[in-house]
Design a protein around this ligand. Sequence first.
Ligand SMILES: [Zn+2]
Length: 135
Amino acid sequence: MQDKISLVKLADEARKNSYCPYSGMSVGAALVTDEGEIFLGVNIENASFPCGICAERSALAAAVSAGKRRFSAIAVSGGRMGEAPTGFTPCGACRQALSELCPADMPVLVARGEGFDEYTLSSLLPYSFDKSRLD
Ligand SMILES: [Zn+2]
């Protein structure tokens, strides 16, 4: 896998493409497949607020649309547009969306200043709802 700080920098660079005219908070994500391919995503806001989508789910949608189903890491960078990232962890909806296809021990790297905080998906979403509940 690409080194972690490089992945965090990719997520941070993606923030430039964020569409966030309402909140001014730009978020970028870089999702890595188990083959090492990287899919970027950004938050896309909408005048009808609930229609917006987060960077993490945007990256997941791009990857799944390209036929990818197995992932090994995600980096997220968020903060006020044009400023350093301030430790935006994925929201609850994104944690749940990622848990559908990503391993529980997958690293979630969250940009903060020049560095990053590291979590696992299961540390951010313990007791997740999964397909076994539908049996
Ligand atoms: Zn989210």
